[in-house]
Design a binder for this molecule. Structure first.
Ligand code: NAD
Length: 317
């Protein structure tokens, strides 16, 4: 089979590219290298099944050329990371809205099924235990206190859903919770690689906020096969799935576990959100997925622990 991966030179996209090539598929990567890098594809650069197109997902002609001959599209390209979005909010909105619309429109014209990467951020400030796929609709506020990245992704979901129900395109939406592993950059605000880099350099570990906020981290190697199953099995299309790990950890505990695993002497320093982000932006207090739907539909069950993840990120540095 042939697949187009938008954002294929990014963190998740490059792991997905390697996985698909390893299964004997052909892959076209479309990426503008804004946060991604060709280095992420170093292991497969010479692979005969790989085609790399450097370009913008907002450009219809570029996407049209890249999708040629594809049997399916993984749409992962997006402006991501708190630092990226806050530095360039309007440009990020454009990528995350126009880009998704352009890829959906092109997929429709070529009649190619598409997986659209969304995010747990669509749950806004909802902090209940075990977020289910319907919990994006239960909070009173119509915008659910979502910031610009989250709102754009929520609209992407609407686009994808309507291209399916009204235009007949086969679409599936994936709400990724924090996904971590080798090659994730710490530059754009991603917490695990940032802590690992600070610990290995013997620098202070900067914990934003009070450190009591919790997250659930899932290894990218548990996510990638699930993405493939979701795009390949059309009986799973027409809906949305949470993908993430149920293992919850506070950011302070995470920092302590990184320091210990790295054998580092770094100490923890709390940095107020205002100082960290230079704006009134505040992280969510907690975000715990309920992945029952994905487990029942296709047996999704992340196998790797947080210690596996921390070990893998330390090992690649
Ligand atoms: P990433 O930054 O490594 O990947 C995004 C890729 O998209 C990069 O390679 C970047 O260069 C590319 N890109 C950005 N704008 C583009 C444009 N206009 N045209 C072409 N390419 C462009 O981040 P990631 O973590 O691999 O994220 C992949 C997808 O998963 C994104 O859609 C993101 O919103 C979603 N997601 C990730 C996480 C996570 O924890 N990593 C969580 C929720 C959702």
């Amino acid at each position: 089979m042939r697949y187009l991966i938008t954002g294929g030179a990014g963190f998740i996209g490059s792991h997905l590219t390697e996985h698909l090539l390893g299964l004997g598929h052909e892959v076209t990567v479309l990426d503008d290298l804004s946060t991604g890098s060709e280095d992420n594809l170093a292991a497969v650069r010479e692979h005969p099944g790989l085609r790399f197109v450097r370009g913008d997902v907002c450009d219809p002609a570029t996407v049209d050329g890249a999708i040629e001959g594809a049997d399916g599209v993984f749409h992962l390209a997006a402006a991501v990371g708190v630092f990226t979005i806050l530095a360039k909010t309007l440009g990020s909105l454009r990528t995350n809205l126009t880009g998704t619309e352009t890829v959906l429109e092109t997929a429709l014209r070529h009649d190619v099924p598409i997986l659209v990467a969304s995010t747990s951020e669509v749950y806004g400030k909802n902090t209940k235990d075990g977020l289910r796929e319907t919990d994006d609709r239960i909070v009173g506020s119509p915008l659910l206190d979502r910031w610009s990245y989250a709102e754009a992704k929520a609209l992407d979901e609407t686009f994808a859903h309507l291209y399916g129900t009204e235009l007949g395109l086969s679409t599936v939406i994936v709400r990724l919770f924090n996904t971590v592993g080798p090659r994730q950059s710490g530059r754009y605000g991603m917490v695990v690689p940032r802590f690992v880099e600070q610990a290995l350099a013997g620098e202070a570990i900067t914990v934003f906020g009070d450190g009591q906020q919790t997250r659930c981290f899932c290894h990218v190697h548990d996510i990638v096969p699930a993405l493939v199953t979701l795009l390949q099995d059309k009986s799973l299309h027409g809906t949305v799935y949470n993908l993430g790990s149920p293992e919850q950890v506070s950011i302070t505990q995470l920092a302590e576990r990184v320091v210990e695993a790295a054998g580092s002497a770094s100490t923890l320093v709390k940095v107020p959100y205002e100082e960290a982000y230079g704006t009134g932006f505040e992280d969510m207090q907690r975000r715990i997925p309920d992945c029952t739907k994905a487990r029942e539909a296709f047996g999704f069950a992340p196998a790797r622990t947080l210690d596996d993840i921390i070990g893998a990120v330390i090992a690649e540095r």
